[in-house]
Design a protein around this ligand. Structure first.
Ligand SMILES: NC(=O)c1ccc[n+]([C@@H]2O[C@H](COP(=O)([O-])OP(=O)(O)OC[C@H]3O[C@@H](n4cnc5c(N)ncnc54)[C@H](O)[C@@H]3O)[C@@H](O)[C@H]2O)c1
Length: 385
């Protein structure tokens, strides 16, 4: 069985270590902070105790799983690992330094993966001696529960490395999709309008926070409304991803961040974790009621879904990923009720184009420009499936 190395014992590194150990691998978890290692071990023990309480594993299985993980602050302990997955802070310079350190410790054919959410994998590999073995292996939070993993080859990655990584992650019971090394990969790019367009609708005073959440949940079928989801993710994290994607796309208005969300971040209204966000989570706070106006709700869902479909179609048109992987990524990575391209067929591609063209004409804003693929497909009466 391959030995797996994990660099970074934070939320993601700890989760990925649990996944690998639960599939029988010996795992080496390395962090440069001893308290982070201790916390990671404690959290894993607590998570395993919960699984034992729920009858999902025995005490012996829990002990065996925990026994497979070695916690260390020395990268030299990666020496026998055939795969090392980096999950340290989202900082390109720190990651580059860390990769050089990992490369110095491992053998020539060890795969080096990064769990980055938004940084260029090709840029991380630029200074390695063997950049052909680097690639993005992007898990979602929490890693033990979320099935999707985006595999992102760098420009330098050798094809057999992609296959080896995919086979390994598939063997962990995950669903892998292949994404081009472009900003936000699939999920963090295609999902942007879920937040961005909802924020615009709020800022324009078309509907308030609970009404937009109600519409997207009850009428759109999404598991969480956009504002409850932003509060759950953390407004600081969600805002930073939007800002990074916006900058990486050379300030394309489609990804423009929102002042409203920035203000929340400035005020430390980060969401559930600070007790306040779009909603008030403090004890005794009242839950605001939505308007429950079906016509208004349908208008909100139509606008947000049209923008999401536009983004998914653009990702397909620009070869970020194939049709099936785009739809899988959104249903399994962020629990969308349907794949966006399948949804486009259901709504009618010409209806999506009309909605986008109406928004474009009304706002005179490039943000609403329709993807060329949708226009061609509407003209030729084609469907995605
Ligand atoms: N949190 C999420 O929802 C999420 C989801 C997907 C991907 N990611 C990505 O995963 C990565 C990690 O995110 P996280 O939320 O687990 O972060 P985190 O802050 O919880 O953990 C990062 C850990 O890395 C350690 N670290 C920092 N520099 C190090 C170094 N040079 N050597 C060894 N250890 C080092 C820190 O001590 C810390 O324990 C980031 O790239 C992030 O973008 C995060």
């Amino acid at each position: 069985m391959e030995i797996i190395g994990i660099l970074g014992a934070g939320a993601m590194g700890s989760g990925i270590a649990q996944v690998a150990a639960s599939r029988g691998h010996q795992v080496v978890v390395c962090d440069n902070l001893t308290p982070a290692l201790k916390k990671s071990g404690k959290n894993l023990q607590a998570a395993l105790a919960t699984l034992v309480d729920k009858g999902k594993m025995t005490n012996a299985e829990s002990d065996a799983l925990f026994g497979k993980i070695q916690y260390t602050d020395h990268m030299s302990d990666f020496r026998d690992c055939s795969v090392v997955i980096e999950a340290i802070v989202e900082d390109i310079e720190l990651k580059r330094i860390a990769f050089k350190g990992v490369e110095a410790m491992v053998s020539g054919d060890t795969i080096i993966g990064s769990n980055t959410s938004s940084l260029s994998v090709s840029a991380m590999g630029a200074q390695l001696k063997h950049p052909e073995r680097i690639l993005g292996i992007h898990f979602f939070n929490p890693a033990p529960l979320m099935r999707l993993v985006e595999i992102i080859p760098a420009l330098q990655t050798a094809p057999p490395i992609i296959e080896r990584a995919r086979t390994l992650i598939d063997s962990w019971g995950k669903t892998t999709v292949l994404a081009k090394d472009t900003p936000g990969f699939i999920v963090n790019r295609v999902a942007r309008p879920y937040y961005g367009e909802s924020l615009r609708i709020l800022e324009e005073g078309i509907a308030d926070v609970p009404t937009i959440d109600w519409a997207m949940r009850e009428l759109g079928g999404f598991r969480m409304g956009p504002f409850e989801l932003m509060d759950f993710i953390g407004n600081d994290i969600n805002y930073t991803v939007t800002e990074t994607v916006f900058r990486s796309f050379y300030f394309d208005p489609r990804y423009k961040p929102s002042f409203t969300q920035k203000l929340l971040v400035n005020a430390n209204y980060l969401g559930k974790k600070t007790g306040r966000g779009f909603y008030d989570y403090r004890p005794g706070a009242a839950t605001p009621e939505p308007l429950r106006d079906e016509a208004l709700g349908r208008q909100i869902v139509t606008r947000v879904v049209a923008m999401l479909v536009n983004e998914a179609a653009d990702a397909l048109y620009l070869s970020v990923a194939n049709r099936d992987d785009i739809d899988l990524a959104m249903t399994q990575g962020v629990n969308y009720p349907k794949g966006l391209l399948a949804w486009a067929d259901e709504i009618g591609i010409e209806n999506i184009v009309s909605q986008l063209d109406w928004l474009h004409a009304e706002y005179c804003d490039d943000r609403y420009r329709c993807c060329r693929l949708l226009r061609i497909m509407a003209r030729e009466k084609r469907t995605f499936y």
